[in-house]
Design a protein around this ligand. Structure first.
Ligand code: FAD
Length: 468
């Protein structure tokens, strides 16, 4: 049977693309090499990490906040096995949900490794080694990404002592000392999980800041908050070795600016230095599909590769490696294939760090605006001046709104604080519609909510906030 679309990979890019294409009346198949659908995000990424982040955050709340709220529960205790069972059940519910949606939308699935045999032809090698060919009018490559190591350093992952994020989601006991190589989102999220469960966490980061690329104000404040939670930071440090020791492992690093090397001991080392696009065994070279210097598949503004009928989306192409970016590209490409006008607005893709407190951001940072020479106004409002934040004992953090100096159009919003990951979406919607900070500051916000801080930060860009 010939298909309209064969999608290789069932992560948030691939599965969303398949469902949307089927909803648009196309005949769709998905090829997935894993035993379950959902890709990195549902199996070993967004979903399991958030289950552990939530559970460990509840423990920390019970330990540190309940008493002040007048809630007495005795001494809260961690049950790691139960926490992991909750994580596994959450993953199962999500991956089974994708299976259900495939059936509901009459999407065929092939379990095996997909290979592009040329435009219109996909080969599938099953787990039993048997191969088959599928004919299709269009191919969508959505093969995602894989763990990247440390450039120039030999890292022997065993997922017990020297671990990637995947091992970091399944440790059997809390390490006394966890060294995290990489102060990006994944390292800080997983570091937070294990810190709350009792580990001492040291983060070794190459840059002079954590969360490289985030607004500098936010990153600085966030680092102070994590330091208060017990995190230790070795910034501006280049890791030159990660080695297994008799007990645990060692991490050796030296100052980026030059100086003496230092070696620290760890029970577990989490290497969270980023991810690489995954195209292994896809046959792209033979099929003539062009890649860039970083191994990503090259696409045009319509997610088309240089070979007619072959598209690529998600982590395997340029852009932020985020599930919702992959999903939006999945929808866009399905619409394009169906003859509609699919489109992704790359200027308004929110990014969230699901720590406690959360960090969320959309649009340009202050540093980016300065670099681009754009005249802007900044308005800031702290949660210490927000009634709801006080009532919930969540007064850490602030909202920052950046707007164009002349037109008042909102160019970026950055939040560090409880619930930032939910609040950021009012800014995203506003920006999608080209709204101004006055639009935001004059929009009635329910009281008392954390979101009032967003309104007040907007007011601060063109006049004065009321509560400060
Ligand atoms: P993937 O999800 O990587 O899926 C690709 C799929 O393709 C996989 O199932 C793979 O098995 C399959 N595949 C690969 N090659 C073949 C082949 N040849 N044949 C058949 N199948 C193949 N993003 C967020 O937005 N929010 C978060 O909170 C978040 N948390 C994260 C936490 C962790 C620990 C990690 C590791 C990542 C996290 N991410 C998060 C990133 C997010 O997981 C990715 O951006 C997202 O999964 C990318 O989706 P994708 O569809 O491009 O690829």
């Amino acid at each position: 049977m010939a298909y309209d679309v064969v999608v290789i990979g069932s992560g948030p890019g691939g599965y969303v693309c398949a469902i949307k294409a089927a909803q648009l009346g196309l005949k769709v198949a998905v090829v997935e090499k894993n035993a379950t659908f959902g890709g990195t995000c549902l199996n070993i990424g967004c979903i399991p990490s958030k289950a552990l982040l939530h559970a460990s955050e509840m423990l920390a709340e019970a330990q540190h906040s309940f008493d002040a709220l007048g809630v007495e529960v005795g001494t809260p205790k961690m049950n790691l096995k139960k926490m992991m069972a909750h994580k596994d059940a959450t993953v199962a519910a999500n991956v089974n949900g994708v299976s259900f949606l495939f059936k509901k939308n009459k999407i065929d699935s092939f379990q095996g490794t997909g290979k592009v045999l040329g435009a219109g032809k996909v080969g599938v090698t099953g787990v039993d080694g048997k191969t088959q060919e599928i004919e299709t009018k269009n191919i969508v490559i959505a093969t995602g990404s894989d763990v990247a190591g440390i450039p120039g350093v030999d890292v022997a992952f065993d997922e017990k002592v020297i671990i990637s994020s995947t091992g970091g989601l399944s440790l059997e006991k809390v390490p006394a000392h966890l060294v995290v190589v990489g102060g990006g989102v994944i390292g800080l999220e997983l570091g937070s999980v294990w810190a709350r469960l009792g580990a001492k966490v040291t983060v070794v980061e190459y840059l002079d800041t954590i969360l490289g690329g985030m607004d500098g104000d936010v990153a600085k404040q966030f680092q102070r908050m994590l330091a208060k939670q017990g995190f230790e930071f070795k910034l501006g440090s280049k890791v030159t070795g990660v080695a297994k020791a008799k007990k645990g492992a060692t991490v050796t690093f030296e100052p980026v600016k030059g100086g003496a090397a230092e070696t620290i001991e760890a029970d577990v080392v989490l290497v969270a230095t980023g991810r690489r696009p995954y195209t292994d065994g896809l046959g792209l070279k033979e099929a003539g599909v062009e890649m860039d210097e970083r191994g990503r598949i090259k696409t045009d503004g319509h997610l088309r590769t240089n070979v007619a009928g072959i598209y690529a989306i998600g982590d395997v192409v340029v852009g932020p490696m985020l599930a919702h970016k992959a999903e939006d590209e999945g929808v866009a490409v399905a619409e394009i294939i169906a003859g509609q006008a699919g489109h992704v607005n790359y200027d308004v893709i929110p990014g969230v760090v699901y720590t406690s407190p959360e960090v969320a951001s959309v649009g340009k940072t202050e540093e980016e605006l300065k670099k681009a020479g754009i005249a802007y106004k900044a308005g800031k409002f702290p949660f210490t001046a927000n009634g709801r934040a006080r009532a919930m004992l969540h007064t850490d953090g602030f909202v920052k709104v950046l707007a164009d100096k002349d037109s008042d159009k909102v160019l970026g919003v950055h939040i560090v604080g409880f619930g930032a990951g939910e609040m950021i979406h009012e800014a995203a919607v506003l920006m999608e519609f080209g709204g101004s900070s006055e639009d935001l500051g004059r929009t009635c916000h329910a009281h008392p909510t954390m979101s009032e801080a967003v309104k007040e930060a907007a007011l601060a860009t063109f006049f004065k906030p009321i509560h400060m």
